[in-house]
Each structure stands twice: as structure tokens, then as C-alpha cells.
Design a protein around this ligand. Sequence first.
Ligand SMILES: N[C@@H](CCC(=O)N[C@@H](CS)C(=O)NCC(=O)O)C(=O)O
Length: 224
Amino acid sequence: MAEVKLLGLWGSPFSRRVEMALKLKGIEYEYFEEDKKNKSPLLLKYNPVHKKVPVLVHKGKPIAESLVILEYIDDTWGDIGPPILPKTPYERAMARFWPKFIDEMCIPTLRRASWSEGDEKEKAKNEAATLLKILDVEVKGKKFFGGETLGLVDIAAGFIACWFGVMEEIVGTQILNKDEFPNLCDWIEVFNNDNFVKQNLPPRDRLVGKYEAHYQAVKQARAA
Ligand SMILES: N[C@@H](CCC(=O)N[C@@H](CS)C(=O)NCC(=O)O)C(=O)O
């Protein structure tokens, strides 16, 4: 039995974070693809609270929530591969602050800005622009959020670099554009073209198909 197992979903930005961290560290793991509509007994057993992927199982012990898992990986295999979190207390605090901002504020707003309609959509688009501007200022003058190398904040912000771009393409918005967010767009280019990152993002055409189907389903539900 593998010492490290990952229960994930190929198109999930959260399980991709964990895959990226494991690969960055060079940790071997056994991957189990879940089915959202038919969750495995393993997932229900190991993440009874949220019943969501990703779940990392290390030596039989489960860890849920992607950001918690990323820290666990860095703590457990700290001396293997590049660090995911910085070393000093202040830098570590900041490296935790931004992913929380991304998960609690940016991702829900960017989703609403994409999938909602009418007034709700317009309101979400404005809110999204305000939040993206904050990240644009934060990344100004840096290659990655943490400096010269890929770290926790970049891995967490992958949703903005990859998934949100696909969502914008499907719904026909251009909230994230170079004129308004030049620094964030530069970071996206660096992130998406990084050789390591590229190998660990979902295939774009498959993601387009998944989100197209999602958008159709949202529209049908609205019309019903
Ligand atoms: N906060 C969680 C979010 C995980 C999450 O939303 N996972 C989704 C896939 S993208 C899931 O498993 N959804 C199943 C469901 O909602 O039933 C994390 O960071 O791990």
C-alpha cells in the first residue's frame, strides 16, 4: 500500500494545488480520481466533514483542505525539494494571508462574476475588479508572489491564472485584462509558462469542455 495517497479530481483547482506541491517536493503518491456525483467510501470516510477533494492520506492518516495539506507537505518533507512556505515568521504569516484572501474572497467572487446574470453579475464583476487590483498591487515588481521562486501563494492563486481564464473565455468577459491589471497579467504569463507549472495544470481543452457543460447547465437551470 502506498505511503501517500491523494483523493482528487482532475479539474479541481484545489486538488491540483496538492499535486503541484507533491511533485515540487518529489514525493511519490498514489492518485485516486473521485466522482463528485458518486463519492467513494474512501472519500466519505476520510473527509466526513466536507466530503470534498482533495484529501491527502499519509501513513493511513487523512488530511483535508488544500491549504492545510500544502502546509502539512512542507512541514513533513521540509528538507526535500524546494520550500513551499518561507522561513521567517512574518513572511510565513503573509504566505498564509494571501491564500486565505484568494479562497475566501477572490474565488467566490470570480465564480459569481462568471456564472451569474444581470445585476448580480455586474455587481460581482465590480467586486472582482477591486479584489484583482489588490493582487495586482501585491505582485508588482515580483516574478512570483513570494519573490523569485514558486511558493504557497502562487500555487493557491493558480485558480486565477488558469481556471478563471477559461471561465472568462466561455462566458465572454474580460475582467482580467492587461490594461487594468498589468502586474497580475505578467504573473499569469510567468506562472502559466513555467515548465513545472505547465505539467501540473489540467489540459486546457478538457477544462473548456467541463466549464462549457457547467455553463449550459447553469443557463438551463435558470430558464426552468
Ligand atoms: N476549501 C476546500 C475546497 C475543496 C473543494 O471545493 N473541492 C470540490 C472540488 S473543486 C469538491 O470536492 N466538491 C464536491 C462537492 O461539493 O460535493 C479546499 O481548499 O480543499
